[in-house]
Design a protein around this ligand. Structure first.
Ligand SMILES: [Zn+2]
Length: 693
């Protein structure tokens, strides 16, 4: 199928698509650290390279299967680990560009490759003969004299196969495949219904007075260009609608809130049947795979290990969250009265009056703090400085390496003794070719198997200022920059032999721990004094502003914790039903579920109601939405270790690096954490950090 053609001109066009001539992905990059050579890489290279890389992996797998010699670690597990080398090389660049700098060609390749990739991985993980060999090694792993990391690699591969259902009988495999196909199609239907429902739920306003509280600019932005005298209030994913913050007219607020709340509950875009079908199928799937419920199956290789551990954590958080929420309710009710109103607080009033409380209590003006948060200063004198203080590493800007966009900046990292550590790319500005949000990933994953050091990037969406103007950040953006670099450190300090166990390749309920842990350093006095300097005057940030930022951090935390706890519980309770449960009423299930965990609060509805909870019904956070809260607990508890032991010191940093950041996925995560902390994680530091105590 892959033909290298360099002569026949007529043939050339028809074969262009799969032409591998001069394809830079065929070989390792010759740049330092094997960094992607963006001068050579072009759009047309991706599809043929991806197809070729999958073919190479399939060939390698076939070779493993056909090998008639005695099954060994090397000819099975290690061969499998090595089989994806080219695929990783192409994929790492492909996924970076499709997310951070995409175009129509790349989008087309994405659509074309997705089904091929799904089929490709099925052919590996549902390959009976391959699994028989993996199982053989797994069963004998105690007797093979393996080093600890190789032992873990065996377990990891075995787990991947069994999670995919490799252990099932032929008959059950057919059943599983059937369930998986149904689930995949239901999740697409759910997503489409939700997108349509969001559109359909748009609230049309025909009297501009109803938009009182909006600025002129806001009103202009939401004007319907096709109709006279019409303004459109569009619906966002969550239960709370951000526009409620400004809408003075209570009726309009109620209308907007209810449009969001009911969007997929009854009517044309009702998703209740989809929800029912999906949770029932998932329960059946878990039974087929030998588990009591879907969440138990799903959590087997996480830090939490089982749903009970998660539900226990939630139940410990509820009292503190509820107590704070009650105080907030009282405060807001008081604010309502002070405005001469007599009504009882409803969910659609929350954002509007909470904003008034915020202004009166904290009076934090973004424009006042932004001059102290200039992008380069935050990055080099804040984020990098913190890493230097904690881990001894140093940074040197490089301008000689090609990047995929002129806004991308590049740094080389060095150990304390000058040994090169890796390359870092920062892509901070928003642009139309970039997806929303912020993220970290690898171009090159650390591994001693390939003798590779990490090449890592961070992406954010900061508005680019006019030419010659400085880039001034909000405090949220500063925190995000520390967060993403926390992920980067997890990748940089990886010290694994095998790439599939390296750095951030850990469970979902652990991977956000190093990133969240890195956030609070942004407010450490020593670090803050170093980077938060007024870009015009050179003055250090005044204490008064720091206090304001800190205080504002605890604002509305009762509300935000309750809404996330409610959604997290809903996710877990939907996925702990037994396989013979028949759901007859989705709304009743939701109400009963929230009631059973003391989270049914009129004023504070769940962040997502079941019928539009896309994380769990069309995304891949099913039985996994808890991860956000789980890692938040870990990060604050770990930060407390530092506070207890002298804070920002090399010694503390080294310990954390040695015991957490460098370990990748080589140790059972709960053990890894306890070894570092000396005890299981406690919730109190998080409660305190959120101002709930
Ligand atoms: Zn993150």
């Amino acid at each position: 199928m892959i033909s290298i053609v360099s002569c026949n001109k007529d043939k050339k066009n028809s074969l262009m698509e799969n032409d591998l001539t001069n394809n830079p992905f065929l070989k390792e990059s010759t740049l330092p650290y094997f960094a992607p050579d963006f001068i050579k890489i072009q759009n047309k290279h991706f599809k043929p390279a991806l197809v070729e890389a999958m073919k190479q992996q399939s060939d390698a797998v076939n070779k493993i299967v056909k090998n008639t010699q005695k099954t060994t670690f090397d000819n099975t597990i290690l061969a499998l680990e090595k089989s994806g080398e080219m695929l990783d090389r192409v994929n790492n660049v492909f996924k970076s560009l499709t997310a951070a700098h995409t175009n129509d060609t790349l989008k087309k390749v994405e659509t074309e490759i997705a089904p091929l990739a799904a089929k490709h991985y099925d052919e590996i993980y549902l390959n009976d003969k391959l699994f028989a060999k993996v199982k053989d090694i797994y069963t004998n792993r105690e007797n093979l004299n393996l080093d600890a990391e190789s032992y873990k690699l065996v377990e990891n591969y075995y787990e991947k196969f069994t999670i995919a259902g490799a252990n099932l009988s032929k008959e059950d495999k057919v059943k599983l495949k059937n369930i998986n196909e149904q689930l995949a199609s239901l999740s697409i239907t759910f997503n489409q219904a939700l997108l349509d429902a969001n559109d359909a739920a748009t609230v049309e306003i025909h009297d501009v007075k109803k938009l009182a509280g909006f600025s002129k600019e806001q009103i202009e932005n939401i004007k319907d260009k096709t109709k006279e005298n019409t303004w459109l209030l569009t619906i966002t994913n969550t239960t709370q609608q951000s526009q409620l913050q400004n809408l003075e007219d209570r009726e309009t607020r109620k209308q907007l809130f209810e449009a969001g709340w009911n969007r997929t509950n009854g009517g044309k875009y009702d998703t209740k049947q989809l929800v029912t079908k999906m949770v029932e199928l998932r329960a059946q799937k878990s039974k087929l795979l030998g588990f009591d419920n879907f969440a138990s199956w799903r959590l087997q290789n996480t830090m939490a290990k089982n749903p009970q551990a998660v539900l226990d954590l939630f139940s410990k958080l509820v009292p503190a969250a509820t107590a704070k929420a009650r105080k907030e309710i009282a405060e807001i009710q008081k604010m309502i009265s002070s405005q001469g109103e007599t009504f009882q607080l409803e969910p659609w009033d929350w954002n509007f009056y909470a904003e008034k409380v915020r202004k009166s209590k904290y009076n934090l003006d973004e424009n006042e703090i932004k001059p102290y948060f200039e992008l380069n200063s935050v990055l080099e004198k804040g984020v990098f400085y913190a890493a230097q203080k904690l881990y001894g590493i140093t940074f040197k800007k490089r301008t000689d390496l090609p990047t995929y966009h002129e806004d991308v900046v590049t740094y080389e990292l060095f150990e304390e003794d000058g040994t090169p550590l890796g390359l870092f790319y920062g892509d901070y500005y928003a642009r139309s070719s970039k997806s929303g949000g912020a993220w970290m990933d690898n171009f090159v994953t650390q591994s001693t198997l390939y003798n590779k050091k990490p090449v890592i990037y961070n992406v954010m969406n900061i508005a680019k200022p006019a030419n010659g103007e400085p880039t001034l950040l909000t405090y949220d953006e500063v925190e995000t920059m520390f967060h993403e670099f926390g992920h980067a450190l997890h990748g940089f300090f990886a010290s694994q032999h095998y790439p599939s166990l390296s750095g951030t390749a850990v469970a979902r309920d652990f991977v956000e721990f190093p990133s969240q842990f890195n956030e609070p350093w942004a407010l450490n006095p020593e670090i803050l004094q170093n980077y938060a300097v007024n870009y015009k005057t050179g003055a250090k940030i005044p204490q008064e502003l720091i206090t304001k930022i800190k205080n504002a951090g605890s604002f509305n935390q009762g509300y935000s914790l309750i809404e996330v706890l409610a959604a997290s519980n809903l996710d877990m309770l939907w996925h702990t039903i037994s396989s013979d449960t028949k759901i007859t009423d989705v709304n009743k299930f939701e109400t009963d579920a929230l009631n059973s965990v003391q989270l049914l609060m009129i004023e504070i509805p769940t962040r997502y109601s079941s019928t539009y909870f896309s994380h769990i019904f069309s995304g891949d956070y099913y039985a996994g939405y808890y991860s956000y809260l789980w890692t938040e607990v870990l990060s604050h508890d770990a930060f407390d270790y530092f506070t207890e032991h002298g804070g920002l010191t090399r010694e503390n940093g080294q310990r954390y690096r040695d015991m957490i950041l460098s370990k990748g996925n080589t140790i059972e995560l709960e053990k890894m954490y306890k070894d570092f902390r000396g005890s299981a994680p406690k919730i109190e530091p998080m409660i305190k950090a959120r101002g709930l105590n």
